[in-house]
Each structure stands twice: as C-alpha cells, then as structure tokens.
Design a protein around this ligand. Structure first.
Ligand SMILES: [Zn+2]
Length: 742
C-alpha cells in the first residue's frame, strides 16, 4: 500500500524517431525551455500538455546521445571530469521530462497518458541498453576507474566512479563476446518467464470463486456481505449470491469473520495452492527455470549464488548478514506466535473440543482475541484525526525536530486538489517546494507515494532545490464532516512525509550519488511513523473536529496497546517468506528441485515453523520475487524495520523524542547525504554503532530479558513435530486435518 515511487529508471533513446515524429506543437513545448520561470522553478503545469511528452523524450534522447558521443569521441585521455562527471551530467533534459511524466502518469492518468507510456517505454529502455553496451564508453570509464586514486579524487568522486563502473559491470560489460551473448539470452529468457509466471498467477487467482448463499454467511458483517454481493453482481451472478475470491481484500475478511470452518478451509486452501495443480497454470517448473537461469547468471558475473549477486549492492552486502538478522528475530517472533496460538486455542477448544487448530482458523480466532482484549473502535478514533490536523501534526514535528517551516504559495498546480508549500530552512533559506495531492479520484493509482517533480542537483556550485510531491488516496470531505483518517491512514502521511524530507534535505553534489540502496530506502519514511501515535505528539494534533477536545488518555492507551496485537503471527509469516526467498536464491549449483518439498524442509523441518502458520507467500505464487523486483530482496521490509526502530531509539533513549541534537545528526549525517556513502557507513555515522534489532523486538512486544530466554528459546523451536513425511503426505492430501492418514 505504501510505496515509494521509484520513477522510470533513467532511460534513454534512439535518434531516428526524431525526424518522423516531431511536429511543431501549437503551444511551445515547456520541456524545450532550459529554465522554468515559475515560482521556485516548479514545473509549469498550466502549460504542460500530454502531447509535449513524446517530443520531449525524443529530443531528450537525441541530446543525450550527442553528449555520450562527445565523451566517447574526446581525443584527450579519459579523466574523472571528461568521462565520469560528463557521463553523470548527461541526459538532464530527458530526465527532467521523465520525472514530471512519471509523477503525472501515476496521479493524473488518462488513456492518452497511457498511450504515451506504451509508446515511450520500449524506446526509453532500448536507449538505456544502448548506452550500457557502448564498449567505447565503458572503456573510458574503466580507465578512470582503474587509475582511481584517493590522492587525486575526493571520496565522493571515488564513489561515483566506482558506482558507475559497477553498474556497467553488473550489466556484463567485462564479459567476453560469448559471455555477453549468453547473458543477453538469459535476460531475455528471464523476462519471458516473468510474463508467464505472472499470467499463470493471474489466471489462477481470478479462476477461483466461492459462491455462497446468505445462510452460509454466519458471522460475516454487513459491510463485508454488501461487498460480496456487489462482486457477485459485477460477475454477472444473480442477486442472491455472495461472491468471495482469492484476492486478499475479499479473502481476509471472510477468513476473519466466517463461522463456517469448512468454507474457511476451502477458501484458504485454494489460495495456498494457486499455480500448484500440475496443470497448464502450474508455476513449479517455471520456478525451477528461474533458479537455474539466475544461478547461471550469478556464476557468469562471478558470484557464487544469485543472492550474493543481488545483495552485494545492498546495505547488507552479504546474504550472511541478512541471515544473521532474520535468524535472530525468528525465534522471539515464533515464540510470540506460539503464545498467540495458545491464547486462541482456548477459544477454539470451546467451539471444537475434538478439533485441531489449523492455518485457516488463525484470522477468525485472532479477531475474537482482538475484540476481547484490544477493543479499539475505528469510528471512535477518526474524529480526532482530521486531514488538516494530521498535516498540522507532520508540520509541527518537522519544525520541532529540524526547525523548518512551511509557507503556502501560489504556483501552477497539476490538479485543483493540490496544495503547495515552500519549505524554509531554520535560517529561512529556501529548501524546496512540496505538493500534497490528498484525495481519491479517477485516474489516480491506488495507495500512497512520494516522488520528485524535479531533483536536488548542483549547478555551477549552487544547490538547486527539489520539488517533491506526496500523493495519497483519502476520502474527500463530506458536507457534514472534514476528511477523517484512521490510524493506518494517519501513519501513511507520516511515512510519505518522511520520504519527502529525505528528498528535501538532500545535498548531494553528483546526480549518480543521490539514490540509496533498496534495503535503506524505507528508513527515512518508516522512522517517521514512530512519532505519529506518541502521547506528546497526539496532544499537539489529535483534537476532536467538533469540540476541539484533546484525545482522551484512555483512547491513547488503547491505541498504544493494540500496536502489539498479533505481531508474532505477522512477523513470523513475513520472516518465513523472506527466508524462503533467500534460501532458494542461495542455491550454489542448480539441480531440479521439488519446490514445495524445499519450502517445507527449510521452514518447517529446519526452522521449526508451526503448521498453523504458512509463509506469507509460497513459491508458486511469490510474485514479488519472480515477477516483481524483490528477488533475494524480500528481506528489505524487515531490514528497514530494524533500522527505523533503532534510529527512533536514538531519540527516545535521550528522554526527549524531539531531541534537536539527535535530529541534526540524523539530518546531516544521513538524510542530507543521499547515497554519497553506502547505507551502513551513513547509519554508523549517525548512530555511532551498527543497527541493533533490540528496538524492533521491544516495539513488537517480543523482547524478553536475555537471562530467561537464551537457552529455552532455541530448545523450544527444535521440539516441533513437523517431519518431511508429514508435509509430503499433507501436501498430497493424504492426511486429514488432525494429521492422520485419510
Ligand atoms: Zn515508503
């Protein structure tokens, strides 16, 4: 839901299109102007038209090609300035058009914008490939790299050279002809596999329907029933039918409320077995192909495993470091999940004295526990969290921590809903501009994100301030009430605002050093969520929209307590997925494998996962790692949680969550530096130590004092029963729910 918009990767071109496509636009194309004369140089949204983008991309690509040609043709020996820096500076016009396009394509999509995207994507991708495979360009970069000398270059210049060099090498620039050819084949194969994997999964997910009558809906609340009836109508079923599907927004409410255990089992089992039926949609053979090809690719590029290849450019650096972290959280999370299970089993036994608690029972009994122990009513919370209150909250927080202020300005808007502010630093100097685009509307993608319209750069030694945008999908105000947010929606704004601050504070000299590693990206955003529900913050911004009364203490306490509800389960299923991803990508020599048996072996036999919990994704439908960008990277989510909790502890440990000194260090040593150093170096500079997972364990409620947990924990894990044989039989449907042979 929350995602950070990684804009179209820098993508570039081929020149021949220019002649056949460029027409004289009726309104001058704003992307052809070198400077925008709007307030603070924001994009001139009032004069940007959809038809401006393609000509802008085309001219941008052609200019970029000219710049690259000038580097390659330079008769002088390659230097940092005439090669690495020139490469880093090239393509500015293209990038400017891409940034604006990327943002508008998400928030103001139209069929015309989609048509531009479809036409532009292949051209831009081909342009990027052409540059990466330019051997003469790489040869110059390599010469600078090989002579890279810390007596001549600054640490940032060394890092930029290293980064660009690595980028080419990771794309195969050092391979011989044979190797390059093979790498291209593998990449093409992998791309085709992704498409097939994704379409099989789509077909399986859409292909299952649980059609129910009203008498089968015992326990299901009316809002869930209404949605199921609407779904049935849209599917052309009669109006007495209620339809549930394998999409999570449909499945999870059913698993949470439906009293009929058989139906819960039917739905969840169908979900777990997607693309696992040995038929045309089965993905198990494709998973084998992925692992075979990815392992070969890793070997070709000089890595032992695919996980080594991926993680070598992340903050964690090595799979070993990731395992060390995941393994450490595993035991306390699993212990907590077992306690949660024990609590639920008491309720379960009252309903089913003879039965065995199964994975499809978890949501149903967790909800019972939640209602009993953590009663927190969304509707009681919302009146204190108007959108304006929450925006006031994030501004207050940024001011308390960093001294910055926000001043509404008049500037071109890309939609009348937008609000726009100038951001002023503590000394009133200009830091940047921020757009907020809050309300749900047609043509806007779902979820929430933050991105740049223009980036922070340096021009002739002067910092050029960025223009950033925060986009959400909140409900519009009604005639009777302003927009009222729930706790998740409130935290979302804190989160996206954290990304925005990262962009606004950035003071990076070279464009190629602005990006951070994949497992570092969510630190600046997630850390902000920690403040959202602190009493000191709530007192400031959570005021009832009618009475202006402060949020009552009892409600604050309930909010705090409920944050730990069901965390054992949530962390365990997340960790299980992260570990199964890492395990399968850590295979050194590929041999055909039974992917289900592999999963059971690594999670249940080796690590003692309890049969009542399934990993969040199983291989046949783990699209993050097979047709998404998270292969060997599903751990990012957990890694970032460790960082954000530990970073927040730096504030809370001082007894003052608004500690300005810590805030200054966080800003100067970490946020402002973008990717000028690797994530771990930046983190250590801020924290004076490596990230410690203790803060995460405490926040999730897993923390136990070391003395009583060290030995018993690991012993408890190994005691678990599940054997390979058990799982094989169960997977084959040979066992009944109690584990006995059918
Ligand atoms: Zn994010």
């Amino acid at each position: 839901m929350k995602r950070f918009l990684r804009l179209l990767p820098i993508i570039f071109s081929s020149m021949m299109l220019l002649s056949c496509r460029e027409k004289t636009p009726e309104i001058p194309n704003p992307f052809f102007e070198s400077v925008w004369t709007t307030p603070f140089g924001v994009p001139p949204f009032d004069s940007i038209r959809t038809e401006h983008f393609l000509p802008a991309f085309e001219r941008g690509m052609s200019l970029h090609n000219e710049e690259i040609a000038a580097i390659v043709e330079n008769p002088d020996a390659p230097t940092f300035e005439n090669t690495v820096l020139a490469y880093d500076n090239a393509g500015k016009m293209l990038r400017r058009a891409e940034l604006v396009f990327g943002m508008l394509a998400e928030s103001n999509s139209t069929p015309q914008m989609q048509a531009v995207e479809e036409e532009a994507m292949p051209l831009l991708t081909a342009h990027a490939d052409e540059i990466r495979m330019n051997e003469r360009l790489f040869d110059r970069i390599r010469q600078v790299h090989d002579r890279c000398d810390s007596t001549l270059l600054t640490p940032e210049q060394m890092r930029l050279t290293e980064k660009i060099y690595d980028e080419f090498v990771r794309s195969g620039a050092l391979l011989d002809k044979e190797g390059k050819k093979r790498l291209k084949e593998i990449n093409g194969e992998l791309a085709r596999l992704s498409v097939r994997y994704g379409s099989n999964l789509l077909a399986e997910t859409d292909g299952f329907r649980l059609e129910l009558k009203v008498e089968q809906l015992d326990g299901v609340p009316s809002t869930v029933r209404d949605a199921a009836r609407d779904r049935a109508r849209e599917a052309g079923l009669n109006d007495k039918t209620y339809l549930f599907t394998l999409h999570k927004p449909s499945m999870l409410p059913f698993l949470t409320y439906a009293k009929d255990r058989k139906l819960r089992e039917e739905l969840y089992t169908a979900y777990l077995n997607r693309c696992n039926h040995d038929d045309a949609n089965d993905n198990k053979a494709l998973v084998n192909d992925f692992i075979r090809l990815r392992t070969e690719k890793a070997h070709l590029l000089g890595y032992d495993t695919y996980a080594d290849y991926v993680i070598s450019e992340q903050m964690a650096r090595t799979p070993k470091a990731v395992y060390a972290l995941l393994d450490e959280i595993w035991t306390p999370a699993l212990d907590r999940a077992k306690e949660e299970l024990a609590e639920m089993e008491k309720l379960f036994k009252a309903d089913e004295p003879e039965g065995t608690f199964e994975s499809w029972d978890w949501w149903y009994y967790a909800e019972k526990v939640r209602r009993r122990d953590y009663s927190l009513d969304d509707e009681a919370v919302r009146p204190y969290f108007t959108l304006d209150n929450v925006q006031g909250g994030i501004f207050f927080l940024a001011n308390r921590l960093y001294g910055i202020t926000f001043r509404p300005i008049v500037a071109p808007l890309y939609h009348p809903d937008c609000r726009v502010y100038e951001v002023l630093d503590e000394d009133e100097s200009h830091l940047g501009v921020i757009y907020f685009d809050y309300y749900v509307r047609e043509g806007k993608s779902g979820g929430a994100w933050c991105g740049n319209f223009t980036e922070q750069t340096y021009e002739n030694g002067e910092r050029v301030a960025p223009v950033v945008g925060v986009v959400t999908n909140y409900a519009r105000p009604t005639r009777n009430a302003p927009t009222l947010l729930n706790i998740d929606e409130t935290k979302t704004l804190f989160h996206e605002f954290g990304h925005a601050l990262h962009d606004l504070f950035r003071q990076v000299e070279y464009r190629g050093l602005s990006d951070v590693e994949g497992d570092f990206v969510e630190l600046p955003s997630q850390v902000m969520e920690n403040w959202a529900m602190e009493p000191e913050m709530l007192e400031q911004y959570a005021l009832h929209y009618r009475t202006s009364d402060r949020i009552p203490t009892s409600l604050m306490q309930k909010i705090k307590r409920s944050a730990q509800f069901n965390q054992g389960f949530e962390m365990t299923e997340l960790l299980a997925a992260a570990l199964s991803d890492l395990d399968i990508h850590s295979i050194k020599e590929y041999e055909p494998l039974d992917v289900n048996a592999f999963e059971r072996e690594v999670l249940y036999d080796r690590r003692g996962l309890i049969p009542q919990i399934e990993p969040r994704y199983r291989y046949p439908y783990f699209s993050h790692i097979f047709d998404g960008g998270y292969s060997a990277g599903y751990y990012f989510y957990i890694w970032a949680q460790v960082l954000d909790k530990d970073a927040y502890a730096a504030f809370s440990e001082t007894g003052d969550i608004f500690n300005k000194k810590v805030a200054r260090a966080f800003r100067e040593k970490l946020l402002a530096r973008g990717g000028e150093a690797d994530g771990m170096t930046l983190y250590r500079a801020f924290r004076g130590a490596d990230p410690d997972k203790t803060a995460l364990l405490k926040a999730a409620g897993f923390w136990k004092e070391p003395a009583d947990s060290l030995q018993t924990d690991s012993a408890a894990v190994r005691r678990l029963p599940a054997t390979k044989e058990y799982w094989r039989k169960r997977a084959q449907g040979m066992l009944d729910k109690s584990g006995n042979l059918k």
